[in-house]
Design a protein around this ligand. Structure first.
Ligand SMILES: C[S@@+](CC[C@H](N)C(=O)[O-])C[C@H]1O[C@@H](n2cnc3c(N)ncnc32)[C@H](O)[C@@H]1O
Length: 188
């Protein structure tokens, strides 16, 4: 089964469970920095973070490989009058040329890890703009959480990756095995 089919099925199951997709609590806690402008939600899934950002006055571009997820985000955005532009995009074959004239005040990437995207993310964030990322990292406690190590960060990896940026929030939760960063791109 390819990645798109797998994620379409997962999202369909989640929608059938009728659970409201939850906004990332660390992102919500950073509301003081979220002043509204343009935002990109990478691998947006069912779009909880996109909808939260749209309500914080961002114009959101939301991308994901799954048609099921993107159709749901579109439906919700239309129903609630939110400024979200959802679209299907396979991040493994991202067209760099298509993106080269784009920039965003905020880029969000939660629970999706592809290290090849880091240079693209860095170029997509405007100077003085922000990047928020959260995903799993390797801890003894989460060795058997069903997520392959290939999709887990090393301890402190995001701190090292964004060492040139201003770190406004960083956290590793060993028990849950998640790493979170919120950082600001330098002006110079
Ligand atoms: C664990 S979910 C995270 C969703 C959302 N960011 C969140 O935190 O709730 C991972 C997401 O990545 C998407 N995805 C997987 N492979 C992808 C790819 N190659 N290109 C774009 N999206 C992809 C899946 O459809 C899924 O929505």
């Amino acid at each position: 089964m390819n990645s798109k089919t797998k994620w379409d099925l997962k999202h369909k199951e989640r929608l059938e469970e009728l659970k409201d997709p939850a906004v990332n609590p660390r992102l919500m806690n950073l509301s003081a920095y979220l002043n509204g402008d343009t935002a990109l939600d990478i691998a947006c899934g069912l779009g909880a973070n996109s909808m939260f950002l749209a309500r914080m006055n961002y114009q959101v571009e939301a991308i994901d490989i799954s048609d099921v997820a993107i159709n749901f985000v579109l439906e919700q955005a239309t129903k609630n009058g939110l400024k979200i532009h959802p679209r299907v995009c396979d991040l493994t074959v991202l067209d760099r040329v298509e993106w080269q004239n784009h920039s965003f005040n905020l880029v969000v990437m939660t629970y999706y890890l592809d290290r090849l995207l880091f240079p693209i993310v860095k170029s997509l964030v405007q100077k003085d703009g922000y990047f928020f990322m959260e995903t799993f990292y390797q801890t003894p406690q989460n060795q058997n959480n069903g997520v392959s190590n290939q999709y887990k960060l090393q301890s402190n990896e995001l701190l090292a990756e964004f060492s040139e940026w201003k770190i406004l929030f960083f956290e590793e939760n060993e028990q849950e095995g998640r790493q979170t960063i919120f950082c600001q791109k330098p002006v110079l």
